[in-house]
Design a protein around this ligand. Sequence first.
Ligand code: ADP
Ligand code: MG
Length: 658
Amino acid sequence: MGEPLIVLDKVSRVYTSGESTVVALDRIDIRIDAGEMVAIVGASGSGKSTLMNILGCLDRSTSGHYRIAGRDVASLDGDELAALRREHFGFIFQRYHLLGELTAIGNVEMPAVYAGLSSADRHDRAAGLLHRLGMDKRQAHTPGQLSGGQQQRVSIARALINGADVILADEPTGALDSRSGEEVLRILDEIHAEGRTVIIVTHDMAVARRARRIIELRDGAVVSDRPNADDDAAVAKMRAAGVQGAGIGVPRAPRWRAGLSRFWEALRMALSSMNAHRLRALLTMLGIIIGVASVVCVVALGSGSQERVLANINSLGTNTLEIFPGKDFGDTRSAKIKTLVVADARALAQQPYVAAVAPTVSTSSTLRFGAIEASAQISGVGEQYFQVKGTQLAEGGFLDADSVRSYAQDAVIDDNARKALFPDGTTSPVGQVILVGRVPCRVVGVTRQQQSGFGSSANPTVYLPYTTVQARFLGDRSLRSVSVRVNDTTSTDAAEQAVTRLLTERHNAKDFFILNTDDIRRTIQSTTQILTLLVAAIAVISLIVGGIGVMNIMLVSVSERISEIGVRMAVGARQTDILQQFLIEAVLVCLIGGTLGIGLAVGFGAVFNVFDVGFRLIYSTTSVVVAIVSSTIIGVAFGYMPARNASKLDPVVALSRE
Ligand code: ADP
Ligand code: MG
């Protein structure tokens, strides 16, 4: 016959805390065969629990060797020990150590989750075990709703669910009245009769006498190891039958399914723990909510205002150049510079890259129609002006080349002028004669209202041929500006250079400046982008602050649930299982917070868009995706440290925490 199932070889366990050392176990030699039922007795403080923790691979010996089925546990890493606890050991504790948030059946199923049983299998097995232990009607009760004896039966079922072949019971009846205690002992007897190895720790000789062998400890040493008086034929019988405590077959789900099932379990745990601390979870989320909402809003504001500004630019006309006299907009002498003339506009019209040219002059004057008077902007324009600007008509026609050549007193009025002069809206302005200053003009057309645009104020504007304005209003042949539409095959930048060259040559000096709409568009685009980035960066800082809040709460949550972590480790949870559980919780908090934040931002946008402030908030999918992704990243980044702390806990230390 080979080596016994359990072999302790001069095993010692020394606790050191600061200066003092306690020798809890002192060079212990114990051998236990498969299928034995052993009681470990001794006074309080004699080292029974310490021995039990070492036997169950929750704790390691300070010196000596512990071999299970020939394998030295010193050579196993944390996950291998967890696997041993999961597959081969079943723990029963004096204080049951059930998880309060789970139902009876949930508690029983838990080790099977870590062992990778499919959910149907584990439910069936758990229900079967609870049925066998007379707990049929209590499956859905939480531990708080169960008596001590019932809780202990749940914990026995939990110890059995993975088909453990060694059951370790530390004072299983210690907290029970004598009747419930008797019941638990009867169950342990049955379990033993199935061929499992049962090791019971007790200080009660009456309990110990149920075992076939009694090992007595005193001050960490074995003082006696004797067979019980009425040793059994039963063990011999079982050995003959070859039962030997062989692992009871447990069906395993495929690997990926097992992993998924553990993930679901972790998710469920995270949700139930958040549910248990709703207010705290919400307050934790608040940082993330505000952070995400502000990032999304700022980006939406940025793109909304950018859209608005670009629309304004587009209303200037696409690929157009505006030529003004003077050095730049700030040039106070530009009104006195008279070098920009109609001949320049004619020369420009000859250029191959020019599609249309419109010389303009401007002044202001009073409009009069009947008894109605209004002050207006007078624009003297060339016939191609409307084409250059992309102006659209509401009715009538534009000024034509004839009216420009013949100094005609024809006028095109804009929508504002129409409203001012023809407020009733029933008479058509076209064909009517209005007074512009003292010049009577016939209205030939009405332009459509411009959606947006610089100077799209309520100020009425009247367009007359520039020749008429020069002759009748200004008495001067210089121009206020020349608008040039560049043809589609030439870039506005190239055209700008060519125009500069041409006019510099004609004037022998650069006494003009050019406004390039493309240029303005680009500048505004980059400016608003930079501004948006800047404000978004500030919002990101608030996200980071939110993340720190999450980390803080996760640390609290871990320290509150240390004993839960201990129980999970005792039933065989891997370090990664614990890590995953807390990480999922952190990510969940951030993700839910992020989603609420996006909701808040969208709600804000809806309210904002109700009030007409001139532009809308534009939500980009990118910013929403980025918000979701970044809140996940924050969850992982700030949840990792607390989760790792949890997974690195020593199972014995964690278990002893109440
Ligand atoms: P029992 O279960 O037989 O009552 P324990 O195994 O719990 O005894 O304890 C054995 C001895 O080891 C006691 O003297 C106890 O004070 C000491 N001990 C137990 N756990 C620790 C620990 N974590 N740190 C220091 N001393 C400990
Ligand atoms: Mg003890």
